[in-house]
Design a protein. Sequence first.
Length: 138
Amino acid sequence: MKSYRKELHFHLPSRRGLVNITHDVQDAVNESGIKEGMVLVNAMNITASVFINDDESGLHQDYEKWLEGLAPEKPYSQYRHNGYEDNADAHLKRTIMGRETVVAITDGKLDFGTWEQIFYFEFDGKRDKRVLIKIIGD
């Protein structure tokens, strides 16, 4: 069994943003040379998420509206976490959307269902963040 590790780096200019990283993950699979196995894609920051869903702009807007309804950014005073940083909502949004995803690799390709793609979702941007890609297999 082989193992391969790669990091993606992000510095989004806005507080929140959604990035389709499917091609980056497939590139890492290609670089690894692994044909059969699994890939873990993990947001390495407590205020960002990695998840799988459809790449459709209306759905992306729905995420934003839904998450803001569940964990509104303001007023900051509604959260006990806030004090040093005003990002409690980002921690909650990450919990809802998830930390990571795992995808099977079959014949050197990400083995997705219909419309599935991998996304990085930033909830507290304007600073350096990273995503871990860890691939294991043969």
